[in-house]
Design a protein around this ligand. Sequence first.
Ligand SMILES: [Zn+2]
Length: 127
Amino acid sequence: MTLDDHKKRLMALKAELLAEGDNAIEPAKDEGVVGKPDDDAQPLVEMNQVIASSRNRARTDELDRVMAALVRLDQEPDSFGECVECGEQIAPRRLQLMPYVELCVECQQARDRPRGPAGRRHLRDFR
Ligand SMILES: [Zn+2]
């Protein structure tokens, strides 16, 4: 893959993520709730909103990474595709799947599974 290929993919991803955002803004009122809202439906609506907002957050995160990658590609094309942590070349296949990726597999794993107290605190955050 050339830098140009990566740029095209990033631009496409960006457009995709932005388009998805437009859809996500639509409220979940086309769920057949006509007339007076029944009480059983409320928790479901709230749950859907939570899911939508966490999806939205993931989408925004991804969009941020795509934008950052585009900036890196423009400003430092020479170091694009290198791990920001260790400077190693990121595996081409990984870069192909996620053109916005900043870390090599090793550094990503180290970051995802921190050892010690930091890791335990991270787990508790999900409860
Ligand atoms: Zn690395």
